[in-house]
Write a protein that binds this ligand. Structure first.
Ligand code: THU
Length: 162
């Protein structure tokens, strides 16, 4: 006989940036500003990410594409890898992600790809500290989650390597 288990995740939706808590709104603005500097000549999908560290610092990143497509990297990982290489002992409190495009209208929140979700949760585990996630498209509603692990149920983590 099997046992059924349901996983419940909690997300919050805001109609506009003005409804967000100030800290989230500031982080989203930093992500949006940084999306403009993304190197995305192949997709024209410019993603900006901003990371808030426990020491109050904001680190930004954007996607970096490559003619050999898989060699590029998403905005989230550019920001997180830089933040964690420079401040290895400092927890990541929050990450905001947004995107702009000259080709399409991005009106819904940009969800991080699977590989980025794996990386977000790695740093939550590293610092035993939840990472708030703030997602928006170029316009439209904003979705927030209180922990990156809500984006990746049944994740693989360091527990399996012990
Ligand atoms: N991309 C990101 O930077 N973050 C995401 O969460 C989704 C996708 C980038 C990768 C690639 O440069 C472009 O967006 C199109 O997939």
């Amino acid at each position: 006989m099997s046992i059924r288990k349901d996983i419940i995740i909690s997300i919050e939706e805001f109609k506009s940036q003005t409804e967000l808590p100030d800290q989230d709104a500031d982080l989203l603005s930093a992500a949006r500003e940084n999306a403009k500097k993304a190197y995305a000549p192949y997709s024209n999908f410019q993603v900006g990410a901003a990371v808030l560290l426990a020491n109050g610092q904001i680190i930004t990143g954007n996607n970096q594409e490559n003619a050999a497509y898989p060699s590029g990297l998403c905005a989230e990982r550019v920001a997180l890898f830089y933040a964690q290489s420079k401040y290895p002992d400092v927890a990541v409190k929050a990450i905001a992600v947004t995107a702009i495009s000259s080709k399409i209208d991005i009106s819904s929140p940009i969800p991080p790809c699977g590989a980025c979700r794996q990386v977000l949760t790695e740093y939550e585990n590293r610092h035993h500290s939840p990472m708030r996630v703030i997602l928006q498209g170029e316009r439209g509603s904003i979705v927030t989650l209180n922990s990156a692990s809500d984006l990746l149920p049944l994740k693989f983590d360091s527990e399996f390597l012990k």
